[in-house]
Design a protein around this ligand. Structure first.
Ligand code: FMN
Length: 204
């Protein structure tokens, strides 16, 4: 059913947590039969700030071969999953810079009608995961997107516990199997909804 669905997983990650969730989302979408692009947004932090944290320097080097996100990755996609760390209760500015570069696409209505979904990580459980995911949703509304949250649509959601989008508390370590499975489920659901929309539009 999902062969013809295109999915872009577009993320920012400084120290690898969100990158791990993004890779799981790619797995979930591919397993659901979609064509998938994994894309990172450009780093915008000054080198002197990055250099203060070895894990940040290391992660940037480790992911240098991940292609940078471009507007074509949005236009091509039927579904886009965005991943970002929580930064003071909001999406990272690196991801916002990319999103705010899309004005011309938005103006032409070329971001409308696509499926959007989002995932995040924060240091602490009450550090703002939901406010980050809801903030991304504000932009999806403006784009005329179809927001597809995971809700409690799979048993894994009762373990991961965030119906707004996959999220991980990084103070506990790297994402474990529950969060990775939740990210796979979220991506699969996005593919299924995008496939149904596509079928409906073709039939109409
Ligand atoms: C500038 C900055 C702001 C942050 N703000 C928050 C926050 O509001 N709440 C929180 O729990 N963690 C916050 N964090 C921690 C990150 O969200 C957390 O380490 C996340 O897992 C990083 O993801 P990454 O490894 O993909 O970069 C912040 C980190 C930085 C550098």
């Amino acid at each position: 059913m999902s062969e013809s669905v295109n999915v872009s997983v577009i993320y920012y990650s400084a120290t690898g947590t969100v990158h791990a969730l993004a890779r799981a989302a790619v797995e979930g979408a591919e397993k659901a039969g979609a064509q998938v692009r994994l894309r990172r947004v450009p780093e915008t932090a000054p080198q002197e700030v990055i250099s203060l944290r070895q894990e940040w320097v290391r992660h940037l080097a480790d992911t240098a071969d991940v292609e940078l996100a471009g507007h074509d990755d949005l236009e091509w996609a039927d579904a886009v999953l965005f991943g970002t760390p929580t930064r003071f209760g909001n999406p990272a500015s690196q991801l916002r810079v990319f999103m705010e570069s899309t004005g011309p696409l938005w103006f032409q209505g070329r971001l409308a009608g696509k499926v959007y979904s989002a995932f995040t990580a924060s240091s602490t459980a009450h550090g703002g995961q939901e406010s980050t995911l809801l903030a991304l949703g504000n932009t999806f509304y403006h784009w005329g997107g179809i927001i597809v949250p995971p809700g409690y649509t799979d048993p894994i959601q009762f373990q991961s516990g965030n119906p707004y989008g996959t999220s991980h508390v990084s103070d506990t370590g790297a994402p474990g199997e529950v969060q990775l499975q939740a990210a796979r489920h979220q991506a699969r659901r996005a593919v299924e909804v995008a496939a149904a929309l596509k079928e409906g539009r073709t039939a109409a």
